[in-house]
Design a protein around this ligand. Structure first.
Ligand code: 6PG
Length: 249
């Protein structure tokens, strides 16, 4: 399932989008636990998902099987967790410190190595370990959350990346473009993202409208989001101004 084939739902604002995303997370968790006895959720960074994480820690918390949930990240800024830019730090504050997910089921991308490339290898080993344990028929992530940059980036896969940089690796340590500080990142690659059963894009704000249109209406190959694949479904939740005319179902 290509992301650019994905179905899109439009909501009046980020709050309504976040409630729909929370309901999608609850449904995905229920489906995964029934099918496989556990729920692997890959979190996205940036600012858009914070209201969702707060809802999952609040009114929706009783509906999520936290003891059977395993958390991963799609990308990370290469900074300590206590820095405001940390995607892990944001998720800890908004969600993880407020729910009962076991600590040994929380898998942040490591940012404590001198060499980010070594950190990428460590995280790849973690992911491949789970993939090998679970078997080829099992998705690596039951639900993958993704944001979208105004330039069409997902995770820390940017339009400037050379196709050769993709390769077979599941985790890379790119040096992003100047407009996206901190520039040193860790990111899942397209092959890793494609191991998700279901992918949910959370996109809000007028600044994203052109990127959404380029991906969903044109399948623009220059946009990394266009190349995202999912095993089963790719769904877009768009808040108001992020939705170009004619993309909603
Ligand atoms: C990151 C994110 C990134 C994000 C987009 C949208 O580390 O920055 O993972 O891919 O999803 O840049 O960010 P906003 O939600 O802040 O607009």
């Amino acid at each position: 399932m290509r992301a650019s084939d994905g179905n899109a739902d439009v909501f009046p604002d980020l709050d309504a989008l976040s409630h729909a995303a929370a309901e999608a997370c609850v449904a995905a968790a229920r489906e995964a636990v029934e099918a496989r006895g556990s729920f692997a959720l890959c979190l996205t960074g940036g600012s858009t998902p914070r209201p969702l994480y707060e809802l999952l820690a609040g009114p929706y918390a009783p509906q999520v099987p936290w003891q059977k949930t395993r958390l991963f990240w799609g990308d990370e800024r290469y900074v300590p967790p206590d820095r405001d830019e940390s995607n892990y730090g944001m998720a800890r504050a908004a969600l993880i410190d407020r729910v009962t997910v076991p600590e040994d089921q929380v898998h942040p991308m490591p940012t404590d190595r001198d060499d980010p490339g070594e950190a990428a290898e460590v995280y790849e080993k973690t992911l491949r370990g789970f993939a090998n344990r679970w078997g080829a028929g099992t998705p690596l992530f039951d639900l993958l959350l993704l944001g979208l940059g105004a330039d069409g980036h997902v995770c820390s896969l940017f339009p400037e990346d050379e196709p050769h940089q993709q390769g077979d690796a599941w985790v890379r340590a790119p040096y992003g473009p100047p407009r996206h500080a901190p520039r040193r990142r860790l990111t899942l690659t397209l092959p890793a993202l494609a191991k998700a059963q279901n992918t949910l894009f959370l996109v809000s704000g007028e600044a994203k409208r052109e990127a959404v249109r380029a991906v969903l209406r044109e399948g623009d190959p220059e946009m990394p989001a266009t190349h995202v694949r999912a095993r089963q479904s790719a769904r877009w939740l768009l808040a108001g101004a992020a939705a170009p005319s004619g993309v909603a179902r």
